[in-house]
Ligand binder design. Structure first.
Ligand code: ZN
Length: 185
């Protein structure tokens, strides 16, 4: 895996236990813990891509209602996956982690300026924020790996269709967290 960066998407209180609770998230929390630990141990950058909405954001007003409002408890990463000091947090205001954020320049600055080449996507939701982040990563030339036991969605159907789409359209490599952890070490 060439110059990997781990991206943890929207593992925030509002999506896990709050307003837009995804019951199925409980299945991936222990796996994500493992992934983050393996990355930190091997000095692989860990980036949290977090919704941090203004109340007037399109997504809030026109689609989901109030969620992950910047500065609130709901917009914080869940306690189980608390970011460490050396991790990166990149706030976003819609589905894609790249859309008008500092994610791309951050990725290009990693590995002593060589840049990250592979993004390992995890978090919520397989068919929405993961999918749109994957699209933008693909457009920018990153190789994409999706942690299949590290992403989830509201329903199993959304999740499974999401995985298939990522594989078919963005040539994402679908791997388990154990497989990814092995490659990081
Ligand atoms: Zn949102």
């Amino acid at each position: 895996m060439e110059n990997p960066a781990i991206i943890i998407i929207d593992m925030l209180n509002d999506f896990v236990t709050g307003k837009l609770e995804v019951e199925r998230t409980k299945y991936i929390i222990p796996n994500l813990k493992k992934l983050i630990a393996a990355a930190r141990k091997n000095n692989v950058p860990v980036i949290y891509s977090n919704d941090a909405h203004y109340p007037q954001d399109m997504e809030v007003v026109n689609k989901w209602g109030k969620h992950a409002i910047k500065g609130t408890k709901g917009a914080e990463v869940i306690p189980e996956l608390k970011p460490a000091t050396k991790d990166y947090i990149v706030e976003k205001r819609t589905y894609s982690g790249f859309y008008e954020t500092g994610l791309d320049p951050l990725l290009r600055s990693l590995y002593k300026g060589e840049g990250a080449k592979t993004v390992v996507l995890s978090g919520l939701h397989t068919h929405m924020c993961v999918r749109h982040t994957a699209a933008d990563a693909f457009f920018r030339g990153y190789r994409i790996i999706v942690a299949k036991d590290g992403v989830e969605a509201f329903t199993r159907e959304d999740h499974e269709q999401g995985l298939k789409y990522l594989e078919n359209v963005y040539n994402a490599k679908i791997m388990t967290i154990d497989e990814i952890a092995k490659e990081l070490g």
